[in-house]
Design a protein around this ligand. Structure first.
Ligand code: APR
Length: 311
């Protein structure tokens, strides 16, 4: 039987994610938005492209959560995107109300689903989805590390003029200014990156990675990135739905791993059918470990805003 995937939010990220899921044949998709016509219209448009693009999965658009019943996977993209000059922190208050409301409605219909959160500020919204859903920690995660990692890979491949497939790396920490690209785990065709790029150039590429979302916000003016975020969330969906046991950086609840406790933050995770199979502990340098723990502290502070909102 085809898997059922609910994508909440039919905006740029949600609709692009839905299309990618369909093209990859990962399951039937239910696209939900508070604006009914938006979800219905985009779903109909995608359906009409199926004869040309050759996918057989179904997609419907709706604002009725009954249509999402018994979903295997729920992807949450509803919320407002970051606007120019707006920090991820500014987004907390607006998006917390939205994420809480959609999680409540979605989990009522699909108590056995796995949840991937995409709405920003990512780590905090993932914490809120976990708290609201009351699901086990293995079933709630956030998409950001895959996106930050592919951005870093792409910048490195451009710098070296080699295929992006030759670049292996991992970005951990919060999806924000405190993210931690792991240089100690970055190689090009197996060669440590520090042997082929100067420290000065690496620092500037790391900074561009950290500013990756803001660079796009600055260019678009009226929205934030969506092609790479949608591709990144599909990578996670595929690992889960096909039980790939793939190690990907995701926001997951750390309970002692890397010395981080009771905090959702980006860490390498083995993803499979039941969600987070385990948090994989890479050997980090003392500086990387300190930076990761600092990043987790920053998430904790933002989570207090949500806790203090009393929602
Ligand atoms: N229920 C369902 N959908 C909602 C709700 C709600 N309560 N509130 C807002 N939405 C919908 C909006 O109607 C809109 O269609 O969420 C959609 C968001 O789409 P966009 O504004 O295009 O934003 P997008 O670029 O897709 O980003 C969504 O993902 O990457 C993050 O920072 C980004 O938090 C943002 C989220």
């Amino acid at each position: 039987m085809a898997k059922k995937i609910t994508v909440i939010g039919a905006g740029n990220v949600g609709a692009t994610t839905a299309l990618r899921l369909l093209e990859k044949g990962l399951g039937d998709v239910v696209l939900v938005d508070i604006i009914e016509g938006l979800a219905k219209g985009k779903a109909l448009d995608m359906t009409q492209s199926s004869p040309l693009w050759g996918y057989n999965s179904e997609i419907i658009g709706t604002c009725n959560y009954e249509d999402t019943k018994d979903s295997d996977l729920i992807i949450i993209t509803s919320g407002i995107p970051r606007k120019p000059g707006m920090s991820r922190e500014d987004l907390v208050k607006v998006n917390a109300e939205i994420v809480k409301s959609v999680v409540e409605q979605a989990v009522k219909e699909s108590p056995n689903a796995i949840i991937i959160v995409v709405s920003n500020p990512l780590d905090v919204m993932t914490y809120l989805a976990y708290k609201t859903s009351r699901f086990s920690k293995e079933k709630v995660m956030g998409m950001a590390g895959v996106l930050d990692t592919v951005r870093f890979r792409m910048f490195l491949s451009q710098e070296l003029n080699v295929s992006v497939e030759n670049i292996h790396t991992c970005v951990v920490g919060s999806h924000g200014d405190t993210m931690v690209p792991l240089l100690s785990h970055t190689t090009v065709a197996g060669i440590p990156i520090t042997e082929v790029i100067s420290r000065e150039r690496l620092n500037s590429i790391v900074q561009r990675t950290k500013d990756g979302g803001a660079e796009i916000v600055g260019l678009l003016k009226t929205g934030s990135a969506f092609y790479a975020p949608a591709a990144a969330v599909c990578e996670m969906a595929e690992a889960i739905l096909l039980d790939k046991k793939k190690i990907l950086p995701c926001t997951a609840l750390c309970q002692g791993q890397y010395g981080v406790r009771d905090t959702f933050v980006g860490v390498p995770v083995k993803l499979g059918a039941n969600g987070v199979k385990e948090i994989v502990e890479f050997k980090l340098t003392p500086d990387e470990l300190t930076a990761l723990r600092k990043s987790a502290e920053a998430v904790k502070e933002l989570c207090c805003i949500v806790d203090n909102m009393g929602i």
